[in-house]
Design a protein around this ligand. Structure first.
Ligand code: ADP
Ligand code: MG
Length: 701
């Protein structure tokens, strides 16, 4: 089904030629007809709708005005000479400016003529103007539907200098669509097209560029979004079904000594209902004979680690080793410490392996893993090294915290003849739509209940002048024997500035909390691991009352006696980061507090983030809000996945289409797991094409 037409090099398109072909390639990665077809407009303007000059108040979008050119004159002297026009509508006046092509523009324009003015407003000296607008004399006849909606394409300075502003690009696209050989092969089955009343593919492409009507534009968008999401879901459904079909999971049916002993004699508390439910789900997986591939979602402190531990003990009871991989050394160590402590007296051999493990220790671990003597291995990425070989690895737990890419996981699986069971834990809940796409081939368990006795963390938003109050509060809490975190932001661009920020903060804190009455710890990314560990230890042993830190403490640390989290410059933190930080307190039975300190100057987004933190402690709600504010591309962990390079669909706005796509895909795979039926051949071939192109969309086949 390859389409030679769409693979034609772009220089052969009418209106392109070799110079433009080169800039198109360099600037927009457009090398073929197909690439151009996939360069969608980023927005559309309705040529029958007009802004009023007085209403212009931001520079984020293009505006279309209907205004009279009341004046036009040269200003400045060479080389800063420019042409300045004044336009007026019934609401007000503004300037339009040209820096280039002045002679030509002057010839074109007629003073006192009414124009349709189109361009991007910018604020200059406190006033709005538009430079290099597009001017057009309004048509006397009403616009035909097919000309009402006009596509706006992204362009760059380089492209513009070659005559390829959004209008120029539009012309090229038009040339492509009007080419007599223009065809786009369909890639969905007639059944899908009929059932969902989707536009045919060719018609969708035509209408996404040059909508014949606003309705057809909508249909074109729906069709192409569906297509994009559908093939992702189809691939995931096929992978999942393939995995289940192979029936090659270890079958863990036994509940033996390890689990029983631990559960009845070592566990000092009752499991929450959510934990019990999730363990049941996991047991069903482990006993099914299929390989488990499960995502365990649960807020910070909801007791995921415990569930993971129970799962590892089931593996042990069935004679298999387990490993647990954490994203950072601190977290790996902490898992090691908690797990060793919880297993005291159970006679389980647990080892820790990180990048910093000494060679001798490493060797011993390698041998122990091969002989089967090491039963539980905990560590960082170091677990993925070639030398780490198990005698019989039955279970891999990945404490992901949004930090591992999906690709890295595969590496672990490949090591074994029979793929071990996989349990992925994430602490920051993932919004549903994202989970469906990012982890669509995993089954999901959710711990949506906190262990009993946890008090909800009190969160307050304060401003810099409130520092006096904050220190007073801290003094009270320290007086009650509690400990305090004070976190400073990390600015990626300037590590030295970060450090200065932190050190200034530290100076301020020790002035307020002087020795010998108080002791203050400091931890930051520039310190050596040993120094960090030593400081953490002092804090853990209550030798210090205040821990001044950057976000290095974000992941992991579990110190129940610390009940106050102060976050300085809270406006600089992302929502999920704030949530993670807050999760460091409230880990014991005492009332905990999170104080978010910001300056008075807040962007709308920062205000929304802080307000969300104050309003709720529900991680799922926070994750959804985060997705809405930032879009999926910016969420931690999504970048590596590649899955989210969505060209047209939007995981926030297109949830409904996503659900459709998912249902349709899963129905098809249930009926025809290998896409072997003749009617599904068209789908199978498109999937193959996508794999070849190494892209989700891989559209032009
Ligand atoms: P997570 O890994 O989800 O952040 P943890 O497993 O570290 O959470 O649990 C947080 C704390 O709560 C730990 O100190 C753990 O021992 C405790 N905990 C876990 N489950 C329960 C429970 N059912 N009842 C009481 N405490 C629990
Ligand atoms: Mg944890």
């Amino acid at each position: 089904m390859a389409s030679p037409f769409l693979e034609t090099p772009i220089e052969f398109l009418k209106g392109v030629g070799s110079t433009r072909a080169e800039v198109l390639k360099k600037e927009l990665n457009i090398a073929t007809f197909g690439d151009l077809l996939l360069f969608f407009p980023f927005r559309y303007s309705d040529r029958t709708k007009f802004h009023r000059i007085a209403d212009i108040q931001d520079d984020s979008t293009y505006v279309q005005l209907k205004a009279r050119l009341v004046r036009i004159q040269m200003a400045g002297t060479a080389p800063h000479q420019r042409l300045v026009g004044t336009i007026r509508d019934e609401s007000g006046e503004m300037e339009v400016i040209w820096f280039q092509g002045i002679k030509w523009v002057l010839e074109m324009l007629t003073p006192q003529q009414e124009y349709i003015v189109f361009g991007k407003p910018a604020l200059f000296n406190g006033r709005w103007n538009i430079s290099h607008p597009e001017l057009e004399i309004p048509s006397l006849k009403p616009l035909p539907l097919s000309e009402r909606v006009r596509p706006i394409y992204n362009s760059t300075e380089k492209l513009k200098s070659k005559g390829l502003d959004f209008k120029g690009i539009g012309k090229l696209v038009k040339n492509l669509l009007l080419n007599e050989k223009f065809t786009v092969p369909e890639n969905l089955t007639p059944a899908i097209l009929d059932n969902l009343r989707l536009l045919g593919r060719q018609q969708a492409f035509v209408n996404i560029h040059f909508p014949q009507s606003p309705e057809l534009l909508k249909k074109a968008l729906t069709r192409l979004k569906f297509e994009e999401l559908f093939f992702i879901q189809l691939r995931l459904a096929k992978q999942r079904s393939g995995r289940l079909e192979k029936h090659n999971g270890h079958r863990f049916l036994k509940i033996g000594n390890y689990v029983n002993q631990f559960y009845h004699h070592h566990l000092s508390f009752e499991l929450t209902n959510a934990q019990k439910r999730v363990i049941k789900e996991i047991r069903a997986d482990l006993g099914s004979g299929n390989q488990m591939n499960r995502l365990l979602q649960g807020d910070v402190g909801s007791g995921k680690t415990l569930v993971a531990l129970m799962t590892m003990l089931i593996a042990l009871d069935n004679g298999y080793q387990s490993c647990l991989m954490a994203p950072t050394e601190i977290l790996a160590k902490q898992h090691f410490n908690t797990i060793t402590a919880m297993l005291t007296g159970l006679n389980v051999t647990v080892r820790l392996l990180t990048g910093n493990s000494k060679t001798a220790g490493r060797r011993e671990i390698h041998t122990g893993l091969l002989s089967g003597e090491v039963q539980l291995l905990i560590g960082t990425h170091a677990l993925l090294e070639e030398k780490v070989q198990f005698r019989h690895l039955g279970l891999v737990v990945i404490d992901e915290q949004h930090r591992f890419g999906v690709a890295q996981r595969a590496k672990l699986w490949e090591k074994n003849v029979i793929t071990p069971h996989i349990l992925v834990m994430t602490a920051t809940p993932i919004p549903r739509t994202l989970a469906m796409t990012l982890y669509g081939d995993l089954d999901t368990s959710i711990i949506d209940e906190m262990p009993p006795g946890r008090k909800s963390i009190v969160t307050r938003h304060l401003f810099e002048p409130d520092h006096g109050k904050v220190f007073h509060f801290i003094r009270d809490k320290i007086g009650e024997g509690k400990q305090v975190y004070m976190v400073y932001p990390l600015i990626k661009e300037s590590e030295t500035l970060d450090l200065k920020n932190l050190v200034d903060g530290y100076q301020h804190v020790i002035q307020e909390f002087p020795a010998p009455q108080y002791a203050v710890s400091m931890v930051h990314g520039k310190m050596k691991q040993q120094e960090k560990d030593a400081e953490m230890k002092r804090f853990l042993n209550r030798e210090t009352q205040i821990m001044v830190a950057t976000t290095v403490i974000e992941v992991g640390v579990d110190i129940p006696n610390a009940t106050v989290m102060v976050i300085e410059n809270a406006e600089r933190f992302g929502l999920s980061q704030l949530h993670q930080l807050r999760g460091r307190v409230g880990r014991g039975g005492d009332q905990s507090y999170c104080l978010l300190i910001s300056s008075y100057e807040l962007s709308a987004e920062a205000r929304k983030r802080i307000a969300t933190m104050v309003r709720t402690t529900d991680g799922f709600e926070i994750a959804e809000t985060d997705l809405q504010i930032r879009g999926p591309g910016d969420l931690q962990g999504t970048q590596q996945s590649g899955i989210l390079d969505l060209r047209i669909a939007d995981l926030v706005k297109d949830e409904k289409i996503l659900k459709y796509a998912r249902n349709v895909a899963s129905d098809i795979i249930i009926e025809d797991p290998h896409l072997a039926k003749p009617e599904n051949d068209i789908l199978a071939r498109h999937l193959q094409q996508m794999d070849r192109n190494q892209q989700n969309w891989g559209l032009i086949s």
